[in-house]
Design a protein around this ligand. Structure first.
Ligand SMILES: Cc1ncc(COP(=O)(O)O)c(C=O)c1O
Length: 378
């Protein structure tokens, strides 16, 4: 059976990119690699919409989250974590691992944080040094209002905004310079349509100022060392050469596509998927603000999410994600990131529709595919 990956990371990698990565390895301390890395640095600045350096780390996304903290904050600093899902929770765990004091705004799963609550927390406690946020909380499918929160942190010299954009960068606009985000993290196995193994991170001038006084221990993720090397089109340690060669190919494709079209593609697939689920008499988990990286459906109570995930896998070869923790067995998640187009999206809607029918869900059979095709067909 043909296999399809519809998880919100890892994602399908385009064959042209796989072919580039299958070529014989080159050494990283060579003019050939440096010229590739120079192009990559440029391409990443385009996707981040920034003049600042965007670093390429050989780690999964969590490594860049850790790098964000250890390069900007200091022992005993207090941070404000927006915890509305598994990844918000992770910010708190990393911060605590480094001895930071964590205040949390706990947000109900499926809803976005209210920027006024962030403002109030910062007004009430001027000792808070950073706000830690997910642009897109992948465990719930919620998009948090990064732009509104940036407006609040921009008014304060003593607070930086650290954003996990792992399923946001390349998916929807997160213009680093224009919004005034201070630290933005991305990951390769998401919109960058690569295998796992690379993470990206940029620091604003305000964040670099924080880094001057930061005293948290770091070595592998020392971004000052990374900056010195980047200026010479290299990295302090052995880079993930093969993945960077693949990244260069992806970034060329993104340039050719154009950043607005890149965001538009995700928005269209997401919109069609949400409308198709609604047409199938299904509820969406995200209540107000949807991330366009993935669609999260609430499984009918009488069925549960497990049989839907299982049915897609066994009968259609399609891997999607279920829910985690409190959402386990209740929701299912499929993605619009990676090498996924309209045809793939119509295919998964059709498979979901068929699975729901087999499982006895009451709806107008065919309504989902009709809606998806109406919205995505040419
Ligand atoms: C929003 C978000 N943050 C963090 C992570 C963790 O990234 P990684 O698994 O690459 O370490 C993920 C991965 O799914 C994610 O979606």
């Amino acid at each position: 059976m043909k296999k399809y990956v519809f998880t919100p990371g890892p994602v399908p990698v385009p064959s042209e990119v796989l072919i580039e990565m299958a070529k014989p390895i080159i050494h990283h301390r060579t003019a050939e690699f440096e010229s590739i890395f120079e192009e990559v640095r440029d391409g990443l600045k385009y996707i981040y919409q920034t003049k600042e350096e965007v670093f390429v780390l050989a780690s999964s996304g969590t490594g860049a989250m850790e790098a964000a903290i250890v390069n900007t904050l200091s022992k005993g600093d207090k941070v404000l974590v927006i915890n509305g899902g598994k990844f918000g929770e992770r910010w708190g765990k990393i911060a605590r691992a480094y001895g930071l004091e964590v205040e949390e705004i706990v947000v109900e799963w499926g809803t976005a944080v209210d920027p006024d609550a962030v403002k109030e927390a910062l007004d009430n406690d001027p000792s808070i040094k950073a706000v830690l946020l997910q642009a897109s909380e992948t465990s719930t499918g919620v998009k948090h209002p990064t732009d509104e929160i940036a407006k609040i942190t921009n008014q304060r010299d003593n607070v930086i905004l650290i954003v996990d954009g792992i399923t946001g960068v390349g998916v929807f606009p997160l213009n680093f310079d224009e919004l005034g985000i201070d630290v933005l993290v991305g990951g390769s196995q998401k919109a960058f349509m690569l295998p796992p193994g690379l993470a990206f991170i940029a620091l604003s001038q305000k964040a670099w100022k924080f880094s001057e006084t930061s005293d948290l221990p770091n070595f592998y993720f020392d971004l000052k060392a990374a900056l010195k090397s980047a200026e010479k089109n290299t990295t302090p340690w052995t880079p993930a050469v093969t993945l960077i060669i693949g990244l260069n190919e992806v970034l060329r494709r993104f340039r050719a596509e154009g950043i607005d079209n890149l965001h538009g593609r995700h928005a269209n697939l997401s919109h069609a998927s949400r409308e198709a689920l609604k047409a199938m008499n299904m509820e969406l988990f995200a209540k107000d603000s949807h991330s366009t990286a993935l669609t999260v459906g609430v499984a009918p109570e009488s069925i549960g999410a497990g049989p839907i995930v299982k049915g897609l896998k066994e009968n259609f070869g399609m891997t999607i994600a279920g829910g985690q923790d409190q959402a386990k067995g209740k929701i299912f998640r499929f993605s619009h990131i990676g090498d996924i187009e309209a045809t793939d999206t119509i295919a998964i809607i059709s498979a979901i529709e068929s699975t729901l029918k087999t499982l006895g869900h009451d709806f107008d059979f065919g309504a989902g595919v009709t809606k998806a095709t109406e919205l995505l067909g040419k």
